[in-house]
Ligand binder design. Sequence first.
Ligand code: NAG
Ligand code: ZN
Length: 307
Amino acid sequence: MKRVSLAYLVAFLIVNAAADEWNYPTPNSNGVMSEPESWGGQCDNGRRQSPIDLAQAAAVRGEFAPFFFSNYKLPIKQAQLTNTGHSVQISNRDPAVTIQGGGLGGRFVLDQMHFHWGSEHTINSARYGLELHLVHHDIRYASLEEAAATRNGVAVLGVLFHVSAQPNMHIDVILDTAADIRNEPGKEASLKGKLSPHYLMPANRSTYFRYEGSLTTPACAESVIWTVFTDSVGVSLEQIEQFKAIHDQNGKELLNNFRSVQPLNARALVYATEWDQQDNNFAEVPRLHAMLIGLVGLLVATSKCLY
Ligand SMILES: *[C@@H]1O[C@H](CO)[C@@H](O)[C@H](O)[C@H]1NC(C)=O
Ligand SMILES: [Zn+2]
């Protein structure tokens, strides 16, 4: 009896450890990645994977309505910072923190934010020091997990950080807390200060790359509408080095946690700018409104006739 339950426990532990057992390949002494990731499944076989190189020359022009950020300026409520063993992550449980517009075709709620040191996306092959991912799911789905099973169910905003002489005070809030959980993957701590998603975003949010891709960690689900802003945010070299001191699940320093760039294959890469309001005739809008109201009225009248 005792032996059976012990065997069960061991099997359970092995299965659960295996589920999270993936790593970023360690770079060689020249800082060059010696081998590609081989994470299996869709990560290896997918044709719509992320990240990619955002090459201006490969992109087509697009114009979308402006993004609309709801409650992005509010500090995250009861913010917890987690060392996931692959990154540091801040979860959001407030369903009122949402994005709309930007050609997304719906409303998406913020689930979590995490960082990659060494950016995942490159712009014209240039890598940035840090990349923030703000992960959202379409409110038509009950959870991020459910949305991740559907094409375009997840919207991730990618923010690139360039090295600057000036430290970033908002990143410092994260690093101050990260120091306490640095050596303990799986551990979380209350954020030692206020942090609003808005202050981690670039000033110019009207120019960005847009494409359909995947989550950049196993199981690499191909459900993500990607937005990577071309304007970047400053962070000091010393701050980037503090991220590198975070330990992974093997107790080693997580020196970098970016996945290698994936082929674009048959996808469109869009270089998007904001819909230029001056070039568009706003006189058309009230006329369209009047037409819609008329149409609704007609439908109501018709439905009344039917009953
Ligand atoms: C954002 O940046 C783009 C490209 O540099 C520029 O054309 C555009 O005018 C900027 N928008 C704002 C609101 O500053
Ligand atoms: Zn990420």
